[in-house]
Design a protein around this ligand. Sequence first.
Ligand SMILES: C[S@@+](CC[C@H](N)C(=O)[O-])C[C@H]1O[C@@H](n2cnc3c(N)ncnc32)[C@H](O)[C@@H]1O
Length: 277
Amino acid sequence: MLELQEKPVSAPKQGHPPFGLRQPASPLDWPDLENLDDPRALQARIDRIPIWHHKFELPGGVWTKGPFKPEERLHRFGIPQRLDGKTVLDVGAWDGFYTFECERRGAQVTSADTWNPEHLVTSEGYAVAHRALKSKALPIRVSVHDLDPALHGQFDLVLFFGVFYHLTNPFEALQKLRAVTRQTLIVETASDMRLARLPALRFYEGSELANDNTNWFAPNAAALIAMCKAAGFRDAKLQWRLPLPKALARSAYRLVRFGESPIQSFNRGRIVVHATV
Ligand SMILES: C[S@@+](CC[C@H](N)C(=O)[O-])C[C@H]1O[C@@H](n2cnc3c(N)ncnc32)[C@H](O)[C@@H]1O
């Protein structure tokens, strides 16, 4: 007789351990956001924030302290130079660089993020930059999975940068994004499987992608385009990926410098897709 054996349960992938970070219920409701017009006071307030993601300039020549310079990637996204009269939703806004950039280009912006301290993300940097820039952007603490046009409205332009690969159900996220997009969704994500001819996503059981165990899936361009269309967008097109000669040069460099498999490094990179309603 067939004996049913209990399957060993492997430990599920965990998020980062909590870091003792606390944050107020409302994204802007941090203490000590007054008197930030003086550059030295602003710098001191910035210095007190333990974790930043974006490095960008605030009034008075003061810079935020993230490891990542989003300005260097701006050219990849194809965001219109002027957004006067447009509404923008920036999903996964974190410190808000793209929110404030769209506002600078004339848009009325809503910033959505979970700002979850268990993933070492808080809204404190966003709150300080928002105050320093006298921004009118509206921050809402919401997961992409809970976006609802009846509650949050629809937006001419929706930005979804650097979030796809953190999700266990990225297709559902695209469906939710479709529901709140009036014109265009721009998705930027880590990508994998560039060599595959068919639409394909790579699944990461552990921390194989960037040594970060909050990463789950990375699509190739064909998969992201197909997923956007299947989620209800009329059309989707690749806007940016590393051009072939540069991708080959990068693989050669990573082989020599780190001994990384050239197949793996060629497969991996970032992509940007525009999906239209
Ligand atoms: C890698 S960062 C990207 C930040 C920014 N968009 C950029 O490209 O520089 C990922 C961001 O997505 C947010 N995030 C993660 N899961 C989310 C979810 N389910 N809904 C909304 N935001 C989420 C994180 O809190 C974090 O701010």
